[in-house]
Design a protein around this ligand. Structure first.
Ligand code: ADP
Ligand code: MG
Length: 393
């Protein structure tokens, strides 16, 4: 059962979280900022610092990794090698764990107990001095370290530069909040506010670019269409999170592998999203009143398995649905209010698009659940007699 060749996924390694693409689109600004901040190190070996901050999945770790690797490559070519260590601070007893990681970069067999922090720092300094080259220490998820009261480590690492002769220690701190708030006065004197590199949440358009680029690397050609890219991007844009976008591609692709379409369909994407965040719970649907249930059922039916349906097409189906359930169809403005209510409740989303003829059309999509599933649930709820406490609707 596992020997069937995969029709959708070309290279699953490219969808893993560890994979860092050669080029990080929409992070050119941050890369340039880092280049500027670390120029004194690359050119003259002078210690430099940077603070990277932003929400989950905004590309902080990937950008830091890409920057260090590119800089190391560039410096090696220019005849002056540099070294770098990336360490994640989300470890138990953060300070000790970080120190152990730093020492083991040079000495793989360094024992994990029996040495004080001061001894480990000294050992690290000796290795750096012996290496006789600039070193970049990247402390990822530094909030963890700083919150646990280990600010001293950052200070100690920076102070090392006063004693180093043929080498230097530069630092990059990565955190969700601007680290300046977490650092003490002494450390802040080396981490100036101007060294802060911000990572804003990705917009839907930026995510679409990232998704497209990743699909090209990881999927077989022609398995992810433009509309499906837009749907993925729109879902991930709720969080502005590239990690979520890539997880969605991976799940949708896995679901598509088991289907017959030979490509990723909008339904595969919705199922994947439902698996990750089962947002449209039955309770949420049950809480909708009769008019909103009918509106949503109309949208679900009109969508079929397409990514989007126009407001006009949805309204037409709404008329038919109301007739079926013996209800009077509400006017357009009322219908629009229902749609907006449900968008606020996170059940559907709308987008105004410019048409080729110059007009503007509202498109409705249901990101979290395949429309057929949604229609089935709603039909069930509409046909089941409501309990007394729900009749307030
Ligand atoms: N601009 C981008 N281009 C391509 N992939 C990206 C980009 N930004 C983030 N990613 C990918 O998204 C995932 C999450 O990014 P990451 O750097 O771990 O985010 P953070 O550290 O801010 O939480 C990673 O797999 C990363 O490769
Ligand atoms: Mg990270």
């Amino acid at each position: 059962m596992f020997d069937r060749t995969s029709r959708i996924i070309k290279d699953s390694g490219r969808l893993s979280f560890e994979h860092v693409p050669e080029k990080l689109i929409h992070r050119e600004g941050q890369m340039r900022q880092l280049e500027m901040l670390f120029r004194p190190m690359a050119v003259d070996g002078v210690p430099c610092t940077a603070l990277l901050s932003g929400g989950v999945g905004t590309g902080k770790t990937a950008t830091a990794k890409r920057f260090c690797e590119d800089t190391a490559r560039h410096c090696a070519k220019a005849g002056g090698a540099i070294d770098h260590i990336m360490v994640n601070c989300r470890v138990r007893s953060a300070e000790y764990g970080v120190l152990l990681h730093l020492v083991r970069h040079f000495d793989k067999g360094f024992p994990d107990r029996g040495f004080s922090a001061a001894e480990m720092l000294r050992s690290f300094r000796t290795h750096v001095e012996k290496g006789a080259r600039p070193m970049i220490v990247v402390l990822d998820e530094a909030d963890m370290l700083l919150k646990s009261g280990s600010r001293d480590l950052v200070y100690q690492l920076m102070r090392m530069n006063e004693e180093l002769r043929n080498a230097s220690v530069s630092m990059m701190l990565i955190a969700q909040r601007p680290v300046a708030e977490l650092l003490d006065e002494a450390s802040m004197s080396t981490f100036r506010r101007a060294n802060n590199v911000r990572f804003e949440r990705y917009t839907a358009a930026e995510l679409a670019g990232i998704i497209e680029a990743r699909a090209q690397e990881a999927l077989h050609p022609g398995t992810l269409g433009d509309d499906e890219v837009a749907l993925l991007a729109e879902i991930a844009a709720q969080y502005g999170d590239a990690r979520f976008a890539i997880e969605l591609i991976e799940r949708s692709a896995s679901i598509a592998e088991t289907g017959d379409a030979g490509r990723i369909t909008a339904d595969d994407i919705r199922s994947a999203n439902a698996m990750i965040y089962s947002d449209v719970s039955e309770n949420k649907l049950r809480d909708l009143d009769l008019n909103r249930k009918l509106t949503l059922l109309a949208i679900a039916r009109a969508l079929k398995s397409d990514p989007y349906v126009s407001m006009t097409a949805a309204k037409k189906t709404y008329g038919i649905v109301c007739e079926e359930y013996g209800q009077t169809a509400r006017k357009h403005t009322q219908f629009w209010t229902y749609v907006q209510d449900m968008e606020r409740a996170g059940i559907l989303s709308t987008e105004v698009r410019n048409e080729p003829d110059g007009g503007r059309v509202t498109h409705i999509s249901v990101p979290n659940i395949p429309p057929r599933e949604l229609a089935k649930k709603l039909e069930y709820l509409l046909e089941t007699p409501q309990s007394a406490d729900e009749q307030v609707w």
